[in-house]
Structure formats: C-alpha cells, structure tokens
Design a protein around this ligand. Sequence first.
Ligand SMILES: Nc1nc2c(ncn2[C@@H]2O[C@H](COP(=O)(O)OP(=O)(O)OP(=O)(O)O)[C@@H](O)[C@H]2O)c(=O)[nH]1
Length: 269
Amino acid sequence: MCSLSSPADDVSVCVRAFAVYTPYCRFHPSFSHLTSLDWRYYGDAVVQDVSFPGIQSAGREDEERCDFLFKIILIGDSNVGKTCVIQSFRSAEVTELQHNTIGVDFTVRSIDVDGRRVKVWDTAGQERFRTITQSYYRSAHGAMIAYDLSRRDTFDSLPHWIQALEQYGAASLVLVLIGNKCDLEAQRQVLFEDACTLAERSGALAALETSAKHHHNIEEAFQLMARELLVRHGGIHYQDNQSDSPTVYLHSDSHPIEGEQLEKRSCDC
Ligand SMILES: Nc1nc2c(ncn2[C@@H]2O[C@H](COP(=O)(O)OP(=O)(O)OP(=O)(O)O)[C@@H](O)[C@H]2O)c(=O)[nH]1
C-alpha cells in the first residue's frame, strides 16, 4: 500500500525531501537559481512541528550518483490523482483513498535513460497554495498537467493550467498532458483525441493516458519526459534517421506531438 496514508505521513515525506535534498539541490548547477527563500517559504508554510521519520533511509539516496537532475512539476485540478501518480512512480503502489495534498508533495527517483542516470525531482501542488506552487513553476524543467478522464471539468481547466505555466514557467519548459484514471473507461468523459488536439495546440511533447491505480503508463510518462530533457540539456544527441526515438516508449493510449519539440531534439543547446 501507499506509504502516504495520513496527513502526518504526508508532511513527513515533505520534510524528508526538504531536509535531504535541499543541500544537494542548492549546490547542484541545475538548481543554483533556487533561493533559500523558496525553500524556507515551503518549510515555514507546510512543515510544522513534525518529527523527521524516514530521514535516514532517504539520506542514502542523496549520496546516489546521478548524471542529471531534473525538476518536474505535476499540476492539475484537485483529485485528478497527482499524488497517486507520483506515488505510483515512486513505489508502483497506490492507496485506494488519498487525502488532499496540503501544499506541495515531493518525490525523488532515479531512472535510467539510455544508460544515463537521471534523477527526477517531482512535485505536485494544489491550486489553493498558489504562492507556493508559483515559485516552483519558475525553477521547473518539465511540467505534467494531469486531468481525470472521468471528469470533463478537470480537462476543461487545462487551458488555465497551461496559461499559468506560460506566465510563470521557463520558456524551455517541457510539457506533457496526462489523462489519469484510464482504468475508469466506463465513466470516460474525455476523448483521447481531444487531449491530443489540445496537446498539439499548446506545443506539448505528448499526451498520455495513465492509471496510477494500475501503474499504467506512469513509467513511460516519466521516461518520455526525462528523455526529452536529456536531449534538450545535451545528454542525448539524435540523428534524423535514428530509430530509437522517444515514441518507442509510448503505448497505444499515448500520443507524441510532432513539431517544435522534435526539431529541438537535434539541438545541442
Ligand atoms: N480509479 C482510479 N482512481 C485514482 C487513480 N489515481 C488516483 N485515484 C483516486 O483519486 C483520488 C484523488 O487522488 P489524489 O492523488 O489525492 O489526487 P490529487 O490530484 O493529488 O488531489 P489534491 O491533493 O487535492 O490536489 C483518490 O481517491 C485516489 O485513490 C487512478 O488511476 N484510478
């Protein structure tokens, strides 16, 4: 079962990420622009009078070697499954019932992309904690916007989230749209084609349908994102005729968007 089963556990995970990864991230070139104010603000706002369970085991990860460290934010309406997606990514296990996130959830995991070790630092934040999440937009390398494919209103708010990213995020941000809860096919209210159209219009790298509950397409979403970030940050160089493009990681319910991002794959910058 998921390790985040109560608000107290949730905070302890936040503390763990804060306490263990802050020193590493602050000294890492990718995070040199993060000010201590960002971190303190998060700590003051979210972490209150809690112990630090799990800090020792997480400490080992801090020493783990990685070639690249990317920060990916996961945003979207409440209850679309953001926390479950990052839990599924972290542990391949998801609880039936998740509490609402207070502030920002963190997870850090290393994945291998073409033999490169990539550390993905992932956060999911809630809209009502706007001031916290906006500061995270600024320093993100990639963003996943999630909607619940069984609730049309969560898809209809995607333009709002995209606009927020355009306003607060970096121009080079890699965007992926995620239609979560694809196990609820009978309750589907959003056609995959609609998500693909929106992804194409908004310059997203891909649209995918995922199930955090069944761990479906979660790894693929992060692999796809990490691979694109590696390309953009000079970690992978694609030839035009190279066959192992990111599309090989996609299932039938995912859709890579051709265009601007694909051109950038061959770019060294
Ligand atoms: N059927 C199904 N339910 C899911 C899936 N992912 C999440 N859920 C359920 O959806 C509910 C909301 O999940 P959360 O992960 O807390 O959603 P969230 O987007 O993080 O919500 P906030 O913290 O309010 O922003 C929970 O009851 C989950 O068990 C999924 O893939 N399939």
